[in-house]
Design a protein around this ligand. Structure first.
Ligand SMILES: *[C@@H]1O[C@H](CO)[C@@H](O)[C@H](O)[C@H]1NC(C)=O
Ligand SMILES: *[C@@H]1O[C@H](CO)[C@@H](O)[C@H](O)[C@H]1NC(C)=O
Ligand SMILES: *[C@@H]1O[C@H](CO)[C@@H](O)[C@H](O)[C@H]1NC(C)=O
Length: 295
């Protein structure tokens, strides 16, 4: 090989290497973001959030899953998990670098079910925005599903085979009807490891494969009751609040929450002055607690 040939070879190799690096960077960009809506809403409600994301991270592919919208959001949650899984999985597969999930309200429980049962998910940030993670015990104006029933009576409907066909009953958590709650073995009781499930060990491993869990909620939410449920807190039998770290399933690390926390991969954000339906349209919330987790 002559000196000239050597020189051109070096140049070719250098150009190749630069090109490879360049393509790697440009195709990498931002990871796709998938949004899962909540009870009684659908993709239309997330236009503003979508705009926030594409403005701060240009080129991000944002998909708001168009499934179980509005009244169909009352379908039972395990069924919804299967539906959303079918929609989300192809997006995951084409995203070699992984994806981020933003899940609002009831959608947070759908996402938890999805992550627990998807053995090969590639979710990096799991952002749960005002989601009833430890259950719901409040019948608010927005949630006036049972106009003739007091909240203390709702268990009579929810903790039955029929009741469990309605999404809300899958996470209705009446602190005065603990035994019935556990016996019905609702979606939430299974997910939180309060009732035994055949696959709970694998679910836990799958949960631990996410990179970061981001929890967002606040006292003026007005729908999630108690609002601390959005941060894995809940009522005891006297309706006093028990914080996440004092929950039995946290202490026993049943579904991986304590491990995520000790790994430094659990982030909590609390905001006052945000109504339930305003979370995903609030720029302050987006800028401070979501933006940095979408890279
Ligand atoms: C446990 O997981 C397997 C494999 O995904 C599934 O076929 C089975 O139905 C699951 N068991 C229950 C009780 O959901
Ligand atoms: C947005 O969030 C900020 C921070 O908590 C809050 O003070 C403000 O009231 C919220 N705005 C709306 C319209 O929800
Ligand atoms: C977004 O948050 C950063 C700090 O995290 C702050 O410096 C910046 O001013 C905020 N942007 C707006 C438009 O509020």
């Amino acid at each position: 090989m002559t000196r000239a040939e050597m020189k051109s070879l070096v140049v070719i190799l250098f150009v190749r290497l630069t090109l490879t690096l360049f393509t790697a960077c440009s195709t990498e960009g931002y990871k796709p973001v998938i949004i899962v809506h909540g009870l009684f809403d659908g993709p239309k409600q997330f236009e503003i959030l979508k705009r926030f994301i594409t403005k701060s991270h240009p080129g991000t592919i944002v998909s708001v899953i168009d499934l179980y919208n509005h009244l169909f959001s009352l379908e039972p949650l395990w069924k919804q998990v299967e539906g959303f899984k079918n929609a989300v999985y192809p997006i995951m597969q084409s995203a070699t670098d992984g994806i981020h999930l933003i899940c609002f309200s009831q959608g947070g429980l759908v996402c938890r079910g999805l992550i627990a049962t998807l053995d090969n998910h590639n979710v990096h940030s799991l952002i749960l925005l005002s989601s009833p993670l430890a259950g719901q015990y409040g019948d608010t104006a927005y949630l006036k599903l049972f106009p003739k029933l007091l909240k203390s009576e709702i268990y009579r409907f929810c903790y039955t085979r029929w009741g469990q066909r309605v999404s809300i009953c899958n996470y209705w958590n009446d602190p005065h009807q603990r035994e019935r709650y556990l016996k019905t073995g609702s979606f939430l009781a299974q997910l939180n490891g309060e009732t035994a499930h055949q696959n709970s060990t694998r679910w836990r491993e799958n949960v631990l494969r996410i990179k970061t869990l981001i929890l967002i909620g606040g006292p003026d939410d007005g729908v999630i009751t108690p609002w601390q449920s959005s941060l894995f807190g809940f009522y005891d039998k006297n309706e006093n609040i028990v914080g996440m770290k004092d929950m039995d399933w946290y202490i026993k690390d049943v579904f991986g929450l304590k491990t995520l926390h000790s790994r430094g991969d659990l982030k909590e954000y609390i905001y006052s002055g945000v109504l339930h339906t305003k979370w995903h349209a609030n720029y302050t919330v987006y800028n401070e607690s979501i933006d940095e987790w979408l890279t």
